[in-house]
Design a binder for this molecule. Structure first.
Ligand SMILES: Cc1cc2nc3c(=O)[nH]c(=O)nc-3n(C[C@H](O)[C@H](O)[C@H](O)COP(=O)(O)O)c2cc1C
Length: 331
């Protein structure tokens, strides 16, 4: 069975990629991911704030002299909240690269296009096969227009593309008024891939304490629907590769994303929920699904239900929305 695919110009043995998450921060886990069949691994993100922090710290130390190291550290209490600093991150990239044969993708997470972007070059030099750029931005400033927000994504992408030669994917959320147009702009600005979608930080309220609370939740099956829609709409209409991310739990979910037109599928929650060997189940289920239909390659199904390929493209749009609402049966 030929499950091979291409993502960001990289040849992958199958479409299953372990997306950025806490499991991928350990070398042992990265090796296990490869052993269980993952075709590539995205490391957890290094955050703009972490890189900025270190640069500010170095400047501070140069300005004040190393005698005042402890004092300088206290100017930056934020460091305590981050899991690993920029040097250790580069070390992780280096060691992961040496430990496994599959591509290791570094993840940069930020919101501005300042100096921290030079760090992309260091990730490249450390041996990353590609960079995933996670622009995690909540436009809570009411003066900021949609156009300005989109421009920010494009500027960051261009700055990173300018800094490195390896491929760059953009991971972004779905909440734009014209997501297709933004995707095309990113495509034209040189994005090698689009990762659909990022899950946003959505705080809850603890009623007992009357306080905002936040903890990362694992995704649920229903969350697949929005990325499924947009993968279908974009497949075959942008040059960039498409990675479907969010909501995968079973092999059927993998098949759906591939039918919609994804080049790869990514999973974090399913591996946190069921353990790393779950990758074998996903791959085995995908093979069984193809086998049952006498299909020998992934290419035979990829994009078969994309917007470009379905006869009734209205199924993605308003016509179907009305049909669906009117078909609801009251019990
Ligand atoms: C605990 C946890 C940590 C995560 N850390 C990162 C991260 O460092 N960088 C990133 O881009 N995405 C991160 N993600 C998001 C995942 O990569 C993924 O996009 C999201 O969980 C949706 O995919 P899923 O449904 O397979 O979990 C994290 C998700 C979880 C649950």
């Amino acid at each position: 069975m030929d499950l091979s695919t291409r993502y960001l110009g990289l040849a992958l043995k199958n479409p299953l990629v372990a997306s950025a998450g806490p499991l991928n921060g350990s070398l042992d886990n990265i090796r296990r991911l490869e052993d269980c069949g993952a075709a590539a691994v995205v490391l957890p993100s290094i955050f703009e704030e972490q890189v900025d922090y270190e640069e500010q710290l170095i400047e501070q130390l140069i300005a004040t002299g190393s005698d005042s190291y402890a004092e300088a550290l206290s100017y930056f209490p934020v460091q305590a909240t981050y899991a690993i600093g920029p040097d250790r991150y580069l070390d992780l990239v280096r060691r992961a690269r040496q430990a496994v044969g599959i591509p290791v993708i570094g993840s940069l997470n930020g919101v501005s296009n300042h100096g921290w972007i030079n760090y992309a070059r260091e990730i490249e030099a450390a041996g990353a096969a590609a960079i995933e750029l996670n622009v995690y931005f909540i436009a809570s400033d009411l003066d900021l227009s949609g156009r300005e927000v989109e421009q920010r994504y494009i500027d960051i992408l261009k700055a990173v593309k300018h800094a490195v030669k390896i491929p760059v994917a953009v991971k972004l959320g779905p909440y734009f008024s014209a997501f297709g147009h933004l995707a095309r702009q990113l495509d034209h600005a040189g994005a090698d891939g689009l990762v659909l979608f990022n899950r946003f930080y959505e705080p809850d309220i603890d009623l007992a304490r009357m306080a905002l609370v936040s903890k990362p939740e694992l995704s649920g099956a229903y969350e697949m629907r929005l990325p499924l829609l947009w993968v279908s709409v974009l497949a075959g209409r942008v040059e960039a590769s498409l990675a479907a991310s969010t909501g995968i739990d079973s092999a059927d979910d993998v098949v759906k994303y591939l039918l919609a037109g994804a080049d790869v599928v990514m999973t974090t929650s399913s591996l946190l929920r069921h353990g790393i060997p779950h990758i074998k189940e996903l791959l085995g289920g995908l093979e069984a699904w193809l086998d049952a239909r006498d299909l020998a390659t992934l290419a035979a199904i990829r994009g078969r239900l994309s917007h470009c390929n379905v006869v009734d493209a209205g199924a993605f749009e308003r016509a179907n929305y009305i049909k669906m609402l009117q078909a609801y049966k009251l019990s």
